[in-house]
Design a binder for this molecule. Sequence first.
Ligand SMILES: *Cc1c(COP(=O)(O)O)cnc(C)c1O
Length: 389
Amino acid sequence: MNKGRFGEFGGRYISELLVPVLEELETAFEKVKEDKEFKNKLDYYLSKYAGRPTPLYFAENLSKKLGIKIYLKREDLLHTGAHKINNTIGQVLLARTMGKKRVIAETGAGQHGVATATAAALFGLECDVYMGKEDAERQKLNVYRMKLLGANVNIVDAGSRTLKDAINEALRDYATNFKDTHYVLGSALGPYPYPSIVKYFQSVIGIEARTQILEAEQCLPDYLVACVGGGSNAIGLFAQFLDDNTKMIGVEAGGKGISTGKHAARISGDGQKGVLHGSLSYILQDNGQIRETHSVSAGLDYPAIGPEHAYLHELKRAQYVSVTDSEALEAFHLLAETEGIIPALESAHAIAYLPKLAKQNKNKIIIVNLSGRGDKDVEHVAKIEGANL
Ligand SMILES: *Cc1c(COP(=O)(O)O)cnc(C)c1O
């Protein structure tokens, strides 16, 4: 593999201004990977502050119902309610070793913004979050939450006023202020070395899960299942199993159905190869214009997929599928009722694929990454279902 490439995917399609900045970042990242003191500090905060290791829970009721053995990797139990904190603690610590005083981040629904603001508060760095105007209006509570944590929220009133416009603004800020600023990118996306940095910090999921399943079953799982927005929770789980026979399934947002065009299924839908935010991957576009995407879950609603997933798809090492909004909503209820766990709508996409998988795989062992908890989505789901709040 060429440096910074996953097969032909990935790379660094960015303005000249950012080349030395990303090279500095790459050097710092390579250094901390070998640094015992950094690793100890990271482990300390992941364990004492964020709540690692997360349990690998055997979901007995759901398993019985579907006729497969389902283990849930409980990232939903982490501080701030999702896997994103693994990456933001890691990157903010990295920023500190680089002597940066300020971090910036993009956010869609606000989950990554909150996780970055949390880590910035913890480690005493200034924090600016970029958020599309439309997203900020839809997610007022998360805007306030970031402010509570001491971050500035910068509303982006350009383009479609959503996540991709927020990333554009964050990259612009980074190119101007890199001397004292680190850009905490939220998923395994963007120009090299970001996909590798985010994968590294999320790999703790798979490292733990591998040990835990060997302890529980004395063998590796038959399948891994994870939802795929940018692809960080999925690659964090998959990474430790790439050399084994375990099959891997990434679940994309099928939205209102692939044929309607209203979805975010880049690989399993009608994405094509292209460049977005500094990286070559599968993206949703029409004649070179980035398409509007749709999903009931904001965290999966992005027009590109992380480059390593594009590569795993081409190698046929992982399989990418989609489930629709309504299938995800059904799974939201299914997990709540069978296990007493309300999943994030993103994670509900992974759950929604299980009944399909179970049809041809009786008694197989499956690890599902439960990337986040659903408290943030309860009001949204209630509204969709017409509940009178
Ligand atoms: C942001 C988010 C995702 C999607 O991001 P990935 O980088 O694909 O993991 C999935 N689940 C939850 C709970 C999220 O907050």
